[in-house]
Design a protein around this ligand. Structure first.
Ligand code: ADP
Ligand code: ZN
Ligand code: ZN
Length: 725
């Protein structure tokens, strides 16, 4: 038999299928070792065939099958083939998405723990051993008392010789049991809520349907409860489930809810796991031991069989599109798997992406709504405060009068407050007031952020750290100006106003290390009154009943990102953050501070008018020719050599101009330019941007003109990028 093999070498030149003579047990989906260009390399069998076009003296034989049960299951292999074709990816890169490196490269193994037990009754055992072997007798006595004993412990207590000789004589048995490196906290069996009629209706509509659903439910409407019931139903039919969340390590609560509802059936997959933990979790899924997969984006590739439902929670979240190679869209992968298994795909959100909502209105998805909060709770009132008039009235602090009075009221009522500011550090830049000097990173074309705690300037693009200035390196003035405030400064100012109230900070700086988020959130949840200050990581999914007040300190941060999605993203962010308030009692209140109080994004968001916002925004996209009415494609070129990067983008641009001639008006926009951030980590960056009527042929052509290898230059193509920096 001939095995068609893809080799694990990240190079476009070998991105094709090679023929080898199969070994007896070679099967489709197996990892194999093959001879390749004078070396031996890892490969994956993607097909078995009787035929080859190679002459028999050219054919080589597989050296070794690396497993007896193929690691790539048929569904996953087909998925990889689909992805390679539709996202213009190398097949070997797609396989890497499906097989995490701990599995692919065999660098992790199941960890076993051994225990010893007696195989005879004590008298027989003593008889066989005889009176003189003191250590062996002591071990036998100990096993007789205690039942069994840990192998390592027995070796320490009685010596390796005694232990081994008893095992050899068959008097003592050595039993292996698998040790899982990830421990799930003891699950308190929570009471199962009786679904409301609206929730029940949603469940009935969704279950067993071979369709995609958009579940639009306001924050606190009980979406998670609906997900869990649909999953329960799938399990009852002997099926499995995948539940995706933006970043599971951010939401330990979700983890606990699932774990207590489905004890021993959950496996988690996310970026916070160690290699060993990932291996164990993946293996539990692979063998069918775990039937519910809970995880971030990459969990969509989990090797579960017989899927009964796939759920994408917070479906609008930008983390569902990867920003680096191999770039894929989680929705498309999930869609493929749902159709393969003829099961429902549920996209859930309080603020669906415009793309998804349009697909629902067009009838491609089925729209299911949960328009109200559980128990008839009101949505919290969102009050917009004009910061310009605050300044004109002499208030230059980061907190408006309204915000302070509401925050104080919340604290006096022994409740909790969340303050949101989407900027970490103390000040977004430092600058000399005399000569205009601004501290910048040596390696990146960006301002450095001041971190007061460490008295350092940090680059948020590459992580490089610098000493804080005491005076201007240029003119030696000590008159330093601080840029816009971040989380650190907010906490500082709050401590002065509320010296006795616990204040927690949650951002990338405070959540480093294992379980960083979990620790902060756990402390916060047990402390009333208290204040939590954080970046957008506090916006996602948290359900804390005592949060009564939410303050959005500078809503405009995301509004003025010069990017066609900034309105959409700001609307989502405001709605999500506001949604943390008043989830158990009718006491939620939100203050939103802005310099653009009349902006329609805030008007619609403060009225919880998603449809109104959608209509306005989708019309804007239509008249200006932006997605979903067009595709934006970016080709990003970067290199440590400015010249080489420039030459490469020029070459691509010249080819693109030919495409423009070919397609005429279908290509709405075409331009090459330096990227907004001209340099990151010592690499100069240039980009070609184009907008065109959605058309797979044009997409393919653009991918093709960027598909070449240029020494020391990297070329990256993406459609509808999440950000254009
Ligand atoms: P969402 O995911 O839409 O934000 P959740 O599922 O987290 O909403 O529900 C919000 C709160 O309401 C949670 O504390 C949840 O336990 C509770 N809840 C959900 N459904 C019900 C129900 N049918 N009866 C009582 N409480 C419920
Ligand atoms: Zn830098
Ligand atoms: Zn100066």
């Amino acid at each position: 038999m001939i095995a068609k093999v893809v080799v694990d070498i990240p190079n476009d030149a070998v991105d094709k299928v090679f023929d080898y003579i199969a070994l007896d047990d070679t099967e489709v989906g197996m990892r194999v070792r093959v001879p390749f260009a004078g070396r031996t390399v890892l490969g994956y069998v993607i097909e078995m065939s009787e035929h080859t076009t190679l002459e028999s003296d050219k054919l080589k034989t597989i050296i070794k099958n690396l497993e007896s049960v193929p690691k790539l299951k048929p569904e996953i292999l087909k998925l990889c083939l689909f992805l390679a074709e539709h996202f213009f990816l190398r097949l070997s890169d797609c396989i890497k998405l499906a097989l995490p490196s701990c599995v692919r490269l065999d660098n992790q193994h199941a960890q076993n723990k051994y225990t010893l037990s007696l195989s005879y009754d004590i008298d027989t055992a003593i008889n066989i051993v005889g009176k003189r072997a003191k250590n062996q007798l002591a071990l036998i006595a100990s096993l007789n008392d205690q039942g069994d004993l840990d192998f390592q412990k027995a070796v320490e207590l009685f010596g390796r010789t005694a232990v081994n000789s008893l095992i050899e004589k068959g008097i003592v048995l050595k039993n292996a049991s698998r040790v899982m490196r990830l421990s799930y906290s003891e699950s308190k069996q929570t009471v199962k809520n009786v679904l409301t009629p609206t929730q029940q209706h949603a469940v009935n509509t969704i279950k067993n349907q071979d369709r995609t659903f958009l579940l639009q439910g306001v924050t606190g409407s009980g979406k998670t409860e609906v997900y869990m019931t649909v999953i329960e139903d799938a399990l009852a039919q002997g099926k499995t489930a995948i539940m995706l969340v933006p970043e599971i390590s951010l939401t330990p609560q979700m983890m606990n809810r699932f774990n207590s509802r489905f004890p021993n059936q959950i496996a988690v997959l996310h970026s916070g796991l160690s290699e060993g933990e990932r291996y164990d979790e993946w293996d539990r899924i692979f063998t069918g031991e775990a039937r519910v997969v809970l995880g971030a984006r990459s969990a969509v590739f989990a090797p579960v069989e017989n899927l009964g439902v796939i759920i994408i929670d917070e479906e609008h979240d930008s983390s569902y599109v990867s920003e680096s190679n191999p770039r894929y869209d989680t929705h498309a992968v999930a869609e493929y798997r749902a159709r393969y298994n003829k099961c429902p795909l549920v996209l859930g959100s309080a603020t669906p992406s415009l793309d998804s909502y349009k697909l629902a209105l067009d009838g491609k998805y089925t729209l299911v709504k949960l328009p109200e909060r559980i128990n008839g709770l009101q949505m919290p009132k969102i009050e917009i405060v004009d910061m310009l008039s605050e300044v004109l009235n002499g208030n230059v602090s980061p907190f408006s009068k309204k915000l302070l009075s509401k925050l104080t009221e919340c604290i006096e009522n022994k409740k909790q407050a969340i303050l949101f500011i989407n900027r970490r550090g103390f000040a977004s830049f430092v600058m000399c007031r005399e000569c205009g000097y601004r501290a910048k990173c040596d390696d990146c074309e960006v301002s450095l952020v001041y971190h007061k705690e460490d008295n350092e300037l940090k680059c948020h693009f590459c992580g490089k750290r610098y000493r804080m200035l005491t005076n201007c390196p240029n003119c030696h003035s000590t008159n330093i100006k601080y840029g816009a405030l971040g989380t650190e400064r907010v906490v500082n100012e709050l401590r002065q106003i509320f010296p006795d109230i616990p204040i927690f900070r949650m951002d990338n700086d405070t959540t480093r290390g294992k379980d960083g988020h979990k620790k902060i959130l756990e402390q916060f949840s047990h402390t009333t009154p208290s204040i939590l200050v954080g970046t957008q990581m506090i916006a996602k999914g948290h359900d804390y009943p005592n949060v009564a007040f939410v303050g959005i300190l500078d809503a405009d941060v995301s509004l003025y990102n010069s990017d066609y999605k900034s309105n959409e993203r700001t609307f989502q962010l405001v709605t999500q953050v506001a949604g943390r308030a008043g989830r158990k009692n009718n006491d939620g209140y939100v203050v939103l501070q802005t310099y653009a109080p009349k902006h329609y994004v805030y008007r619609f968001a403060s009225n919880y008018d998603f449809e109104g916002f959608y209509d306005r925004e989708i019309n804007l996209r239509k008249t200006t020719g932006f997605p979903p009415y067009s595709n934006i494609l970016r080709i990003l070129v970067s290199s440590v050599s400015d010249n080489r990067a420039k030459e490469t983008i020029k070459k691509i641009y010249d080819r693109a101009v030919k495409l423009k001639e070919l397609y005429g008006k279908d290509i709405i926009f075409l331009q090459a330019m330096p990227s907004p951030v001209k340099r990151i980590q010592t690499k100069y960056r240039y980009q070609l941007l184009t907008r065109y009527a959605p058309n797979d042929k044009i997409t393919k052509d653009f991918y093709d003109i960027a598909d070449f290898i240029e020494k020391d230059v990297s070329i990256f193509v993406e459609i509808n990028p999440n950000n254009l920096r």
